[in-house]
Design a protein around this ligand. Structure first.
Ligand code: DCP
Ligand code: MG
Ligand code: MN
Length: 359
């Protein structure tokens, strides 16, 4: 055929074809099968056409080209652009920006963010309106309690917490904890312990000498949370489940010289309270200090050596390497839980300060 002789340079309608292909791939992305077919047909026809098509009338005479496509072919040939495509590309950018926006909502992951963006939602107001439409109908959507908080406090929860504020917030919890039980100890973990200048949240590990089970600390946690809620420090609960309490807190008025602490009117911060018996403190420190990549590599190393590391301890697996190979864990024997350094030693890993545990 003719098209075999015409490479892209010689092809008299090369530029038109190129723009139509962009338009076709846009319709492929939006799932518009009919338009994809129409564009494919027009492109095939144009490829075989030996002369440049620059008017709407000439385009109309091509087989498989309807009036609307003919107008677009003429527009490309005479202006070297297609406004419809430029619009479509702007819409695409809008979808990307919306996706990033929605990923910032606490409690929203890639799947939900993608669904919201794909159905045309672009702003938090769009989401709010769809949520207000109730739980039924195609235009509606249901937010989880965590997502609702994430929407209402979007800016707060996307603002990093400076190191000194992490310290001030932990100080408030420490003071309250001391009044409930002076023997309880609190350690700030997470990115703070790794020395980060700012943190996404406050990770507080709660422990007490002599404890062997987290249940022994639960009454303390209940009393602490009640006290901090009453004081207006804890302002929202996201999850309260076993050994972990997750929610939001805010610096009390006057707590910080630069006016950051304004009670409920201040910036709401994410806080995690984790109950850890003393016997598991070393493993818990490793886990809650992270970072997550460091944790994964430590666990992998443990598996390779026929051991198992989790947030409660380092275990030997009956069957050792064989068990690691088959993926079936045998009976586990606790090697160490209490001492962070000892866990490194048993694993045969040189000690790393928390500030060196990120990759
Ligand atoms: N963690 C993990 N794997 C996950 C989530 C968390 O190993 N999927 C561990 C390592 C983290 C720690 O828990 O350091 C605390 O989790 P955070 O989500 O609070 O993360 P960071 O404190 O490290 O960072 P940020 O400043 O964002 O809070
Ligand atoms: Mg954290
Ligand atoms: Mn956390």
């Amino acid at each position: 055929g003719l098209d075999a002789h015409l490479d892209n340079k010689q092809q008299p309608n090369a530029r038109t074809i190129e723009v139509l292909q962009s338009m076709q791939s846009y319709y492929e992305r939006t799932g518009d099968a009919w338009r994809v077919l129409a564009y494919r047909r027009a492109i095939t026809t144009l490829r075989r056409h030996p002369v440049r098509v620059s008017s709407e009338r000439a385009a109309r005479r091509l087989p498989g080209v309807g009036p609307r496509l003919a107008a677009k072919i003429a527009e490309i040939a005479t202006t070297d652009r297609l406004r419809r495509l430029e619009h479509a590309q702007r819409d695409d950018d809008g979808e990307d920006a919306a996706l990033r926006l929605f990923l910032g909502v606490h409690g929203v992951g890639p799947a939900v963010a993608g669904r919201w963006a794909a159905r045309g939602l672009r702003t938090l107001d769009d989401v709010q309106r769809a949520a207000a439409a109730g739980g039924t109908g195609t235009a509606s959507l249901t937010l989880t309690p965590a997502q609702r908080l994430g929407m209402e406090r979007y800016d707060d929860l996307n603002t990093r917490i400076p190191r000194d504020e992490v310290e001030a917030l932990a100080g408030v919890v420490r003071a309250a904890a001391a009044r409930v039980d002076p023997e309880v100890a609190l350690v700030v973990g997470g990115s703070y312990r790794r020395g980060a200048p700012s943190s996404g949240d406050v990770d507080l590990i709660v422990t007490k000498a002599g404890t062997t089970r987290e249940a022994q600390l639960r009454p303390f946690l209940g009393a602490l949370v009640a006290r901090l809620q009453e004081a207006g420090f804890l302002v929202a609960t996201l999850a309260a489940d076993g050994n972990i309490w997750q929610g939001c807190c805010v610096l009390p008025p006057g707590e910080s010289g630069d006016g950051r602490g304004r009670g409920r009117g201040g910036i709401w911060r994410r806080i995690d309270l984790l109950l850890v018996p003393e016997t598991q403190m070393g493993a818990a420190l490793i886990y809650f200090t992270g970072d997550d990549v460091f944790n994964r590599s430590m666990r992998l190393l443990a598996r390779r050596k026929g051991m198992k590391l989790n947030q409660r301890g380092l275990y030997a697996r009956e069957g050792g390497r064989a068990a690691a190979g088959t993926g079936t864990a045998g009976e586990e024997v606790l090697l160490e839980g209490r001492c962070e350094r000892r866990i490194f030693e048993i694993l045969g890993v040189q000690w790393r300060e928390p500030t060196q545990r990120w990759c």
